[in-house]
Design a protein around this ligand. Structure first.
Ligand code: FMN
Length: 165
């Protein structure tokens, strides 16, 4: 089964989890990069929050892999203004995923709002196998490798079960 981890990260939390997954299962990783990203300074909440609220879809730097060629896609996003990040919104609008096994990986600081609902809307026609949420994992004392790896393994088990049905 071909697995892709696609994610956006500004402060490193989602990046840490995406890279942890790639260390425990065989998967390709795609980090989404807007051509003009917001600056990571004090104003990020204002500009990032505004973009997310306005449902902005910033243009992404080109990537040279085909998400359509994967069986399972894990989509990682931080929560911005109670929804997914603009880069992930751009990705889900640009790449029309269909009949994929999907895992949603969400990093937040306590208020995920409508993130899951909004992502599910853009992922209609795919099968969401699991959703996991982490509260700023790089701030925690324990590393989260084991937790994220067993989550991904549970998705793989589910996907394989469905394949054999
Ligand atoms: C622009 C912006 C808006 C945010 N809005 C929310 C929010 O609505 N709810 C929440 O729980 N966390 C919010 N956060 C916190 C991030 O979701 C959290 O720090 C996450 O772990 C960041 O992931 P990253 O390190 O991969 O960028 C926001 C952060 C930023 C920069």
């Amino acid at each position: 089964m071909k697995i892709l981890i696609v994610y956006y990260s500004l402060d490193g939390n989602t990046k840490y989890l995406a890279e942890s997954i790639a260390e425990c299962v065989s998967a390709d990783v795609l980090r989404l990069m807007p051509i003009k990203d917001i600056k990571n300074n004090k104003m990020k909440y204002f500009f990032g929050g505004k973009q997310a609220t306005m449902r902005a879809k910033p243009e992404l730097k080109p990537f040279n892999l085909e998400p359509e060629a994967y069986d399972m896609i894990i989509i990682g996003t931080p929560v911005w203004a109670f929804t997914m990040t603009p880069a992930v919104r751009s990705f889900l609008n640009k790449v029309k995923l269909k009949d994929k096994k999907i895992g949603l990986l969400i990093c937040h600081r306590g208020g995920i709002g409508k993130t899951i609902t909004h992502m599910k809307e853009l992922l209609e026609g795919n099968e969401i196998l699991g959703i996991t949420k982490f509260h700023e994992p790089i701030k925690g004392e324990q590393d989260k490798n084991e937790q994220i790896c067993s989550w991904v393994q549970s998705l793989i088990d589910k996907a394989q079960l469905n394949f054999s049905e």
